[in-house]
Design a protein around this ligand. Structure first.
Ligand SMILES: *Cc1c(COP(=O)(O)O)cnc(C)c1O
Length: 456
């Protein structure tokens, strides 16, 4: 190891350590001064290489203060978690390994660990043991993967070999999604050639769940996309009322469980996810509720062979077995996304995952009670870790959210619920404790009082 490499890697360790030591008391959303500092990066591409230590120092000095502290205890945006120590540490070591984890040939270590992670995931999520899992970058990419498999399989059953005959001229496939479908599913469908006008929206009830009474007709050429964890309310589609009907019709059922599928690893399993195991494919993120670092997600497919056929990238110089990750994901060269999953599951254990999920849900309920008590309008019935909140008017709602952001105490994002402005508070960081919920609550009430004082 060269001296300069040794030096910069030690500095990176130290700077990471210092940053992590500061996440409890940093402004959750950066100050204007810190944001202004980002202009420092706007230099010309250097003609000659710069010193590595100096580059790292610049990254830290200008970059760290302007980070949004998603890795802290009071970030409540987008249902993302922080990074669990075991998972973050595993990523660090993996960076030193620098494995291209396409297949066992390129990384026996990663291939072995990802196979264990597959087995553990199917156990903790109680999904069919024969399922194949691709460890990809995001629920977006993994949703695309699963929907690609769905499309090929439905066409194959109709006598059309997509891989040989292509998509043009193929029999038509219908797609039924929830009215409250996540935008990334629509993106995946767009990439696969399904236009907005071809996508049928299933009406939802007042909580944002597909209403079985009004489920559009399904047939053997239909892909039905369900949700475990509606993005605003955290609600679950009624799987046991929907999936048997889809199966009977011969449709393919995909479940987007980006964050919500983790409920299945907790005591909420029965109330929220009964019947979900009858679907054909599922996506779930690591980087949201499991609290792995980004980018980390899984495509889970009951028919492992179908997944391996749809994603196959065997070549003369690189033929992998059907469970080589390059044959289960969009990527060929890739980081082993399954390793941080393995580390997270190993450090928490089954009981630890359940406890984390249950604790977050309990805190969400407590927060909702506190907010209601203070006269705020909680719009959902809080069945998971999501609380949707509103002020008296759209302007007031936005003003409260921005005032909390400015206070540095906490951060949560905007949303629109039934046509009016709201904000969405997600409790999903392993770092969040009761005291953080109290601080969040006080910050919201203070913001609301300040906003109302100005209005009067
Ligand atoms: C976040 C989310 C996605 C997209 O996941 P990424 O990992 O950000 O690509 C899809 N569906 C739901 C319900 C989500 O919450």
């Amino acid at each position: 190891m060269r001296e300069d490499e040794k030096e910069v890697m030690k500095q990176a360790e130290q700077r990471s350590f210092d940053y992590l030591s500061s996440v409890d008391h940093r402004n959750v959303y950066p100050t204007q001064a810190a944001l202004d500092g980002l202009r420092g990066f706007d230099e010309a591409l250097p003609e000659h290489g710069c010193d590595s230590s100096q580059t790292l120092a610049m990254l830290d000095t200008l970059g760290s203060p302007a980070t949004v502290v998603t890795n802290g205890p009071r970030y409540f945006g987008f249902v993302v978690g922080a990074a669990l120590p075991a998972a973050a540490a595993a990523e660090r070591l993996m960076l030193a390994w620098d494995q291209g984890a396409a297949m066992a040939m390129t990384s026996p270590t990663c291939a072995s660990i990802e196979e264990v992670a597959r087995r553990w995931l199917l156990e903790i999520l109680d999904l069919p043991g024969e399922s194949g899992i691709g460890f990809g970058t995001s629920a977006t990419a993994c949703g695309l993967t699963c929907l690609t498999v769905a499309r090929s399989q439905l066409l194959l059953r109709a006598g059309w070999n997509l891989h040989e005959q292509g998509v043009y001229g193929a029999p038509l496939i219908r797609v039924v999604v929830s009215e409250t479908v996540h935008v990334t599913i629509l993106k995946a469908l767009r990439i696969l050639g399904f236009g907005q006008q071809q996508i049928i929206k299933a009406p939802v009830d007042q909580h944002g769940r597909i209403d079985p009474e009004r489920l559009p007709a399904l047939d053997a050429m239909t892909i039905l996309c369900l949700q475990a964890g509606e993005v605003n309310t955290g609600e679950f589609d009624p799987f046991s009322a929907l999936i048997p009907r889809a199966r009977q019709a011969g449709a393919w059922v995909h479940v987007d469980g980006a964050f919500g599928l983790w409920a299945r690893a907790s005591s909420l399993k029965q109330t929220h996810t009964a019947g979900i195991e009858e679907a054909d494919s599922w996506t779930v993120d690591g980087h949201k509720w499991l609290n792995t670092p980004y980018d980390c997600a899984m495509s889970i497919c009951r028919d492992a062979d179908a997944l391996a056929q749809a994603m196959n990238s065997d070549a003369a110089y690189a033929s992998g077995s059907k469970n080589a990750q390059k044959n289960l994901t969009l990527e060929f060269s890739r980081r082993a996304r399954g390793v941080p999953v393995w580390a997270a599951l190993r450090s928490l254990g089954k009981s630890g995952v359940a406890a984390m999920v249950e604790r977050h849900c309990a805190m969400a309920r407590e927060l909702a009670t506190l907010l209601k008590g203070a006269g705020l309008n909680v719009l959902n019935r809080v069945v998971l870790n999501q609380v949707v909140v509103q002020g008296r008017t759209d302007q007031e709602t936005t003003a409260i959210r921005l005032a909390v952001e400015k206070s540095g105490e906490a951060w949560f994002g905007p949303t629109v619920w039934k046509g009016s402005a709201a904000f969405r508070i997600s409790i999903s960081s392993w770092r969040t404790e009761k005291a953080d919920i109290d601080r969040l609550f006080l910050a919201i009430v203070k913001a609301r009082d300040d906003v109302q004082a100005i209005q009067h």
